[in-house]
Design a protein around this ligand. Structure first.
Ligand code: P1T
Length: 389
């Protein structure tokens, strides 16, 4: 009899390897097979083994969703073809006339989805600096139905107090959603802090190897789970069995990877903060971060995402970005390989210039996704590239 992999009895690393998974009943295969089947045979109309059609549910996807939900301290997981598909599905919990309060700083594509797509469904958005719980409370209207939190924010690394914001939301019957992409459940578990929904771009740390685009939603409440299951089936954004298999395989090493991202991240943040070419480093693990105390309170580590400002504006930034040899100049984050990018021109180009200016997403801003390579190699690479800038 296999264990049920409950959170009280088993540690994160054990659950990441086993939760949701059983040896294949027909062969004993230890790895959940990739069930490449669009449909499932029924004995009699409506009499089946729990699966009818793979848009609705698929055994490989189910194992992955159960594992991910377990790691986020949730009961129900839903896997999608991208983080944006997960966001689109979650935003369809709302109807015309509803109001959403969202972080003023978040992934540019999430902002674009709200501002240029979902808004046309008659849903209202307020983009608020959620680092202040008071600012959140002041933005609440009678029709506010959801607060959309990203913490740390992408790319300015601002933190939102999940516990206090979720508490204030609950008091007004407002759903709280936390995009936990930057931290992964290894370092931050929003459901434990009172949030209703966790969202991931699983493209990032969850899958961790830059070979899948995916997304996920995790909840604890049965009624909310029923609504999301209905939406996922109706809207058709669920991920394929192959993507589920690869992402579930990646979960097995999530703890190992996150510990190394964190170790390298801390060292590089400190190194950058001492370099003469660097104006300012924003990393929750540095005591100079204005919310370092909150980081220690709600996160179990600081991870591998670092934002910094290089002296000399765009010419220096370009020279630096063209000079790195171990880091790769590319969008995305959370993979084992170190990535570097320029938010104003790349990931956040869809944010209007006046918003970028107000948030400090300027020409000197550079974002690092520190990978798990040899730390000395990464430091040497940054040193030589900064020397050229
Ligand atoms: O790219 P996709 O899997 O659809 O996920 C969108 C998304 C959602 N939330 C956060 C916090 C994200 O960072 C992303 C995607 N971000 C990038 C591609 C990036 O380079 O920042």
């Amino acid at each position: 009899m296999k264990a049920d992999w409950n959170q009280k009895e088993f540690g994160f690393e054990t659950r990441a390897i086993h939760a949701g998974q059983k040896p294949d009943p027909t062969t004993g295969a230890i790895m959940t097979p990739i069930y490449l089947s669009s449909t499932f045979v029924q004995e009699s109309p409506g009499v089946h083994k729990g699966y009818e059609y793979s848009r609705t549910s698929n055994p490989t996807r189910k194992a992955y969703e159960d594992c991910l939900a377990n790691l986020e301290s949730g009961k129900f997981g839903f896997a999608f073809t991208s983080g944006c598909a997960a966001s689109t599905t979650a935003l369809h919990l709302l109807k015309a006339g509803d109001h959403v309060i969202a972080s003023d700083d978040m992934y540019g594509g999430s902002f674009r989805l709200m501002d240029k797509v979902i808004r046309h469904n008659g849903i209202e958005f307020s983009f608020v600096d959620l680092t202040s719980v008071e600012a959140f409370k002041s933005a609440i209207r009678p029709n506010t139905k959801m607060v959309w939190i990203e913490t740390p924010t992408n790319p300015t690394m601002k933190l939102v107090d999940i516990k206090r914001t979720a508490q204030a939301a609950r008091a007004k019957n407002i759903l709280s959603l936390v995009d936990n992409t930057f931290m992964s459940p290894y370092f931050q578990r929003p459901l434990e802090l009172g949030a209703d929904i966790v969202l991931h771009s699983t493209t990032k740390y969850i899958n961790g190897h830059s070979d899948i685009v995916g997304g996920a939603l995790i909840v604890n409440d049965q009624e909310l789970a029923n609504k999301l299951a209905f939406l996922s089936n109706s809207m058709g954004g669920a991920c394929s069995a192959f993507d589920a298999f690869v992402s579930m395989r990646s979960l097995k090493t999530l703890a190992l990877r996150m510990r190394q991202h964190d170790q390298n991240g801390r060292a590089i943040a400190e190194f950058l903060s001492k370099n003469a070419k660097v104006e300012r480093v924003v990393y929750p693990g540095l005591p100079s971060h204005p919310q370092h105390a909150l980081a220690k309170e709600q996160m179990h580590g600081f991870g591998g995402m670092i934002t910094f400002y290089i002296k000399g504006g765009l010419p220096a930034a370009r020279m630096f970005l063209e000079s790195v040899r171990v880091f790769s100049l590319a969008e995305s984050l959370g993979g084992v390989e170190s990535l570097i990018e320029h938010p104003a021109i790349m990931t956040h180009a869809s944010v209007p210039p006046e918003n970028r200016k107000a948030l400090g997403i300027d020409d000197g801003m550079i974002r690092l996704s520190v990978g798990v390579e040899n730390l000395e190699d990464l430091l040497r690479d940054l040193t030589q590239a900064l020397d050229k800038a």
